[in-house]
Design a protein. Structure first.
Length: 156
């Protein structure tokens, strides 16, 4: 029974991170901390690393903290929350940095309607170079119109 509860905690933490990421992206990255995020919206990159990469460290702190304190207390619920947060961070790196932005030249093409919709929604997000008027602030949750759009393209 404990294993089922632990898996549910990991899945809930992972899913919750999509909400946290959306909220933080919309109101913090495109708000108070735009100074760190704005280089991510420039047409031309200034190199492999961006100021935006500091968010990777900022988001890692709660996961590492929960993992640490959860391990100190016989792998209690904090460990499983930290694992969910950390797995979301891995998914973010794989989807956002590798698949979408091609920071490493792998996973370039996909016939998946879902993955193509993620890429399209992110492209729409980046068409706005300023901090205002943005859309599509999530990573894994894609507005339905992008899924339909990609499905229609693949059918024709």
């Amino acid at each position: 029974m404990n294993i089922v509860i632990n898996i549910l905690i990991v899945l809930a933490a992972f899913a919750s991170m999509e909400i946290v990421a959306w909220f933080t992206h919309k109101f913090v990255m495109h708000g108070l901390l735009w100074i760190l995020h704005k280089d991510h919206h420039k047409k031309e990159s200034s190199g492999f690393f961006e100021h935006n990469d500091f968010f990777f460290l900022i988001f890692a702190i709660p996961g590492i903290t929960a993992l640490f304190f959860g391990m100190q207390n016989d792998y209690n619920f904090l460990f499983w929350i930290g694992l969910g947060i950390t797995l979301y961070g891995l998914a973010y790196f794989l989807v956002h940095d590798i698949f979408i932005h091609q920071r490493f030249k792998i996973f370039r093409n996909s016939d998946s309607v879902y993955l193509r919709a993620i890429r399209r929604a992110h492209k729409v997000h980046h068409k706005h170079l300023g901090k205002e008027e943005g859309e599509c602030f999530g990573m894994l949750w894609v507005p339905f119109k992008y899924l339909l759009n990609e499905k229609d393209k693949m059918m024709s």
